[in-house]
Design a protein around this ligand. Structure first.
Ligand code: PLP
Length: 292
């Protein structure tokens, strides 16, 4: 399975920092961004072994959207276990769930309590048992295969760009993507400082998550900056909205308020506050435009 190579686009220069963006939102029209990278090897495995792919997510989950789209494209059965039993009522569905079902995903709606327990919950165990040869993918798609898929982004960057990037930035949800970038930096000997911008409030759990997921977390210079969550997951403010609108107009790149808007805001703010030395900074555009 080949994922289309995506361009690196120059944005602007702030305080001597040349800001570039790796446009992984362009890697596929429907699976899009980091979620396609994360699913790549799981999809291959499922194809070989005839698995039914089962995963978890909220009503707006980019991972659920990507899994459903991939299921349709590669003719694999997919199942979504969705947080919130009130969603049994279809009039409450947003674009993500409507499209997921259109793409052939079988949806199950469960209480928030059962959802929290994941595969420990008897209700969820029963759902999984109903399917032949199930392969359960964690929430957000973050597993070992996801980290491997994401690490290939660094290989692509080293091939397409001769210039060094002193820093690389990515939005963090579960930390799978940042772990992949860390492992890629080691494997492809890409000398850069990697910074994650968590979009959740109280995201200190990410240090442990990344240590678990990344093989090379000890060998690479990486950090997390917790200042740009704007109140928590899927929260936004007028300041963030205004930044996104201006960004889209100035650079002709779409971003959204949940992940990439916070990421870009954070990087621009850090560039403004940094000492005026010449450097190249790269922002990883992880996609996520399906719910927009
Ligand atoms: C899911 C997602 C992330 C977060 O990825 P993790 O691997 O969970 O940290 C970042 N950006 C977008 C657009 C996403 O959909």
């Amino acid at each position: 399975m080949q994922i289309q190579s995506t361009p690196i686009q120059y944005l602007t220069t702030i305080n001597g920092k040349k800001l570039f963006i790796k446009r992984d939102d362009l890697n596929h029209p429907s699976i899009q961004g980091n979620k396609f990278r994360k699913l790549k090897y799981t999809l291959q495995l499922a194809k070989e072994k005839q698995h039914t792919l089962i995963s978890f997510g909220g009503a707006y989950s980019n991972h659920i959207a990507a899994l459903a789209a991939a299921g349709k494209l590669f003719h694999l059965p997919t199942v979504g276990i969705i947080r919130g039993d009130e969603l049994v009522n279809q009039s409450r569905w947003g674009k993500t769930l409507i499209t997921a079902e259109k793409n052939g995903m079988k949806l199950h709606f469960i209480s928030r309590r059962a959802y929290r327990e994941k595969i420990q919950s008897p209700e969820i165990k029963n759902i999984i048992q109903c399917y032949q040869n199930p392969l359960v993918i964690p929430e957000g798609g973050s597993n070992e295969l996801a980290v491997k898929g994401v690490s290939e982004i660094i290989g692509e960057i080293t091939e397409q760009s001769k210039q060094p990037f002193q820093r690389l930035f990515a939005a963090c949800g579960t930390g799978g993507t940042l772990s992949g970038l860390i492992d890629g930096a080691k494997q492809y000997q890409f000398p850069t400082q990697i910074t994650g911008i968590p979009v959740l409030k109280g995201a200190a759990f990410l240090y442990e998550a990344i240590r678990q997921l990344s093989q090379y977390h000890d060998a690479i210079n990486w950090s997390l900056i917790f200042d740009y969550h704007f109140g928590g997951y899927a929260r936004s403010t007028p300041t963030l909205q205004a930044f996104i609108e201006k960004f889209e107009k100035n650079y002709n790149v779409e971003i959204e308020p949940i992940y990439t808007g916070k990421l870009c805001y954070g990087v621009f703010d850090l560039a403004r506050k940094s000492p005026p030395t010449k450097e190249n900074w790269l922002i990883y555009h992880s996609g996520g435009l399906q719910g927009k």
